[in-house]
Design a protein around this ligand. Structure first.
Ligand code: NAD
Ligand code: MG
Length: 397
């Protein structure tokens, strides 16, 4: 048993898939962690249920129109926690002394400000919200350097790489690292060709073979844009040049990623596909804590398989590499275009294969510019979304 006070953990995006996993780990260690801030977008019922279970100091609902309802429901449940609402309240919570650890588990660019705020205020940042790195990687690293906090990646691939590197995030060249190899499950449509993907529905795309996740990342996994976003994420988080990052399809999702060294050694991190492993690693680091994850039984698994990704069918992965090579804010544009296209696909307004067309169209229409500051990036994000919507209207005609 630790004698120190429990770490105060803000779970931003508590009602989501990552939120549920991290709260499960936190609840296993009441002596070490307290969920001190919980947030949700619009689901008051789910947020109240989590507050009843975890008794946070602060509950934040992103939609201001729902604050009064949340306050009434919490009071009726006899809970004394503070209530706040809106995007700025979420950002303020990430920087406040109501937490010393922030789990960035919002989905999409909406997570950028709270992620930056946590980095700038020196918290331990458990980063799930990959879109904020893709959108503003250099600014996030700058905020971390200024704030003196620590970022522990919880995307399973990046957490695996973090575990396989000496001392977390060292200089890769000086450490003798030759390649970072990100594994990809290949998603639900692995092995299919373009013609077989024309009529894919949102329900089919969201049925991931190994992981249970939110709808946006599930679609990204089906297009392989998720792996593309992760390549960009790895580039920033580990300072890895694009030519040193490779993607390998591994359908079983047991090897979460690998690091190859110049002496020919390849270190990998393995485990069952359960996000609680990465989350427990990041919460407890540098110690190891129980995660509730079943032990990996390698003798009972099929032989581990690996293959190269099919970049012609899954063009989104090639587009992500293209944006990373283009440099500047091209990845901000890629992310914005993808968010708009995925939302349209989930709403039944865009065919599956057109997601890549919209992203490619935006990258063609808007040449990359250098990254200046967060305001400029936000303007570029808006510009890319407008361009994507114009292309959508065209694609759906
Ligand atoms: P999810 O859709 O299940 O949950 C998203 C959470 O964010 C919810 O709590 C929702 O209320 C909140 N949210 C959504 N939009 C918001 C907005 N505009 N303002 C404020 N709050 C908002 O998503 P998820 O699967 O938990 O993924 C969360 C993030 O973690 C994503 O960036 C995803 O790429 C990343 N990630 C997820 C997994 C996974 O296994 N689910 C694995 C690796 C990385
Ligand atoms: Mg991942």
């Amino acid at each position: 048993m630790s004698t120190a006070l429990p770490r105060k953990v803000a779970v931003l995006g508590a009602t989501g898939s990552i939120g549920a996993s991290v709260l499960d780990v936190i609840a296993r260690h009441p002596d070490r962690f307290q969920a001190s801030v919980l947030s949700a977008h619009r689901n008051v019922e789910a947020l109240v249920a989590l507050c009843e279970r975890h008794c946070p100091q602060l509950a934040v609902i992103a939609d201001p129109a729902l604050e009064a309802q949340l306050a009434r429901r919490l009071a009726a449940a006899g809970l004394a926690c503070e209530v706040a609402s809106g995007h700025d309240a979420l950002t303020a919570a990430a920087a406040s002394d109501q937490c010393d650890t922030v789990v960035a588990a919002l989905v999409g660019a909406a997570g950028l400000d709270s992620t930056l705020a946590a980095a700038r205020s020196g918290k331990r940042l458990l980063l799930a919200n990959k879109e904020s790195v893709v959108m503003a990687g250099p600014l996030l690293l700058q905020a971390l350097a200024e704030g003196g906090g620590e970022l522990i990646p919880v995307d399973s691939e990046h957490n695996a790489i973090f575990q396989c590197l000496p001392g977390g995030r060292p200089d890769l060249r000086a450490s003798g690292v030759r390649r970072l190899i990100l594994t990809a499950s290949g998603g639900p449509f692995r092995g299919r060709k373009r013609a077989e993907l024309a009529a894919i529905t949102p329900e089919q795309a969201c049925k991931h073979p190994n992981w249970s996740m939110g709808r946006k990342i599930s679609v990204d996994s089906a297009t392989l844009m998720n792996k593309g976003l992760e390549v960009i994420e790895a580039h920033h988080l580990f300072g890895a040049p694009v030519e040193t990052i490779e993607v390998l399809v591994h359908p079983q999702s047991l090897v979460h990623s690998l690091v190859e060294y110049v002496d020919g050694s390849v270190l990998a991190q393995l485990g069952n596909p359960d996000m609680r492993t990465a989350l427990a690693h990041a919460l407890g680091w540098p110690q190891r804590i129980e995660a509730g994850v079943a032990p990996l039984n390698l003798a009972a698994t099929a032989p581990l398989a690996f293959e190269l990704p099919d970049l012609e069918t899954f063009r989104c992965l090639a587009l992500a590499f293209q944006a990373l090579r283009a440099g500047g804010d091209a990845t901000t544009l890629l992310n914005a275009a993808n968010e708009v296209a995925v939302e349209a696909f989930l709403a039944g307004a865009l065919p599956f294969l057109s997601i890549a067309d919209v992203v490619e169209g935006v990258l063609t229409e808007l040449p990359a510019q250098s990254v200046v500051d967060v305001e400029t990036l936000r303007e570029r994000d808006v510009e890319a979304r407008a361009s994507a919507r114009r292309l959508l209207a065209h694609a759906c005609r």
